[in-house]
Write a protein that binds this ligand. Structure first.
Ligand SMILES: NC(=O)C1=CN([C@@H]2O[C@H](COP(=O)(O)OP(=O)(O)OC[C@H]3O[C@@H](n4cnc5c(N)ncnc54)[C@H](O)[C@@H]3O)[C@@H](O)[C@H]2O)[C@H](O)CC1
Ligand SMILES: [K+]
Length: 244
């Protein structure tokens, strides 16, 4: 627990958490402190959008999203980028009607805008075999990965892997186990990973620049979970990390 695998901008060691520890942090934040999921997801989406704006290239921004917390952050990011007139499109792994929970709240907002929402995995306007140009945002799976990517998610992971431009993964590259860094099947190989709140232990074993995005989780949450924590953000809301 609390392996010091990462270093922040001031040279300070930043602890890493396993997926299980991060789930415990989430649970305490929501149930004991009242920092609910929509609030954290908004920070995730904005931090991700700032990372994309920093690395922006000509061409569209394609946001690949599934039905979890990771996808919800991707959808919040899409809103920020579209509000800045970037040519954004969303590709879901499933029919929009099958998105639920907090992620569906994010989707509902986007449906009121003119951001195109497509569905990957056959039978839709999105051609999974056409190369993706511009920036690709990988918001398919975060620390909720269970086994090798399957079905339409696997096809979208492959599409991100074949992309010519910059690929930015949210929290963890989709297909990579957040705790071990191992990939049980296909996995995204991003240029940049915008990881949330604390780095995940598995990120020590994968390539890609690392940016740590603040979710505004108070230190008491980490205390209650037993994660040794010193706020790594200083005066910033996102800081680059290097691997120790
Ligand atoms: N405090 C925080 O760190 C917060 C993080 N957030 C983000 O939420 C995700 C974790 O969300 P969760 O809903 O638990 O899981 P995921 O989104 O990672 O994945 C669920 C999604 O993926 C599908 N899936 C899982 N395994 C597979 C597979 N092998 N093949 C195909 N599909 C798979 C599953 O069916 C679901 O659809 C975390 O990483 C952060 O990005 C919150 O936004 C805020 C708090
Ligand atoms: K991801």
């Amino acid at each position: 627990m609390d392996e010091m695998l990462f270093v922040g901008p001031t040279g300070r060691r930043v602890p890493a958490v396993t997926a299980e520890e991060m789930r415990a942090v989430d649970r305490v934040a929501v149930e004991e402190v009242g920092l609910d999921l929509p609030r954290m997801m908004e920070h995730a989406g904005r931090g991700l959008a700032e990372a994309v704006l920093d690395r922006r290239e000509n061409g569209p921004v394609t946001i690949l999203a599934s039905n979890g917390g990771n996808g919800g952050g991707g959808l919040a990011c899409a809103r920020h980028l579209a509000n800045r007139d970037l040519p954004v499109r969303i590709v879901l792994d499933r029919d929009p009607a099958d998105i639920d929970g907090v992620t569906a709240e994010q989707l509902r907002i986007l449906k009121a805008t003119d951001v195109p929402i497509e569905t990957g995995g056959g039978g839709s306007s999105f051609d999974v075999d056409a190369p993706l140009d511009g920036v690709v945002v990988d918001a398919l799976i975060g620390y909720g990965l269970s086994g090798a990517p399957r079905g339409p998610v696997a096809e979208l992971v492959d599409a991100a892997s074949d992309a010519a431009g910059t690929v930015v993964s949210l929290d963890v590259p989709s297909g990579v186990d957040a705790t071990t860094g191992e990939a049980p099947g296909a996995a995204v190989d991003p240029d940049l990973i915008a990881t949330l709140a604390l780095p995940k232990t598995g990120l020590a074993a994968v390539s890609g620049d690392l940016l740590l995005v603040d979710l505004s989780i108070p230190a008491t949450v980490y205390d209650r979970v037993g994660v040794e924590y010193e706020a790594p953000f200083g005066d910033e809301f996102a800081v680059p990390l290097s691997r120790a």
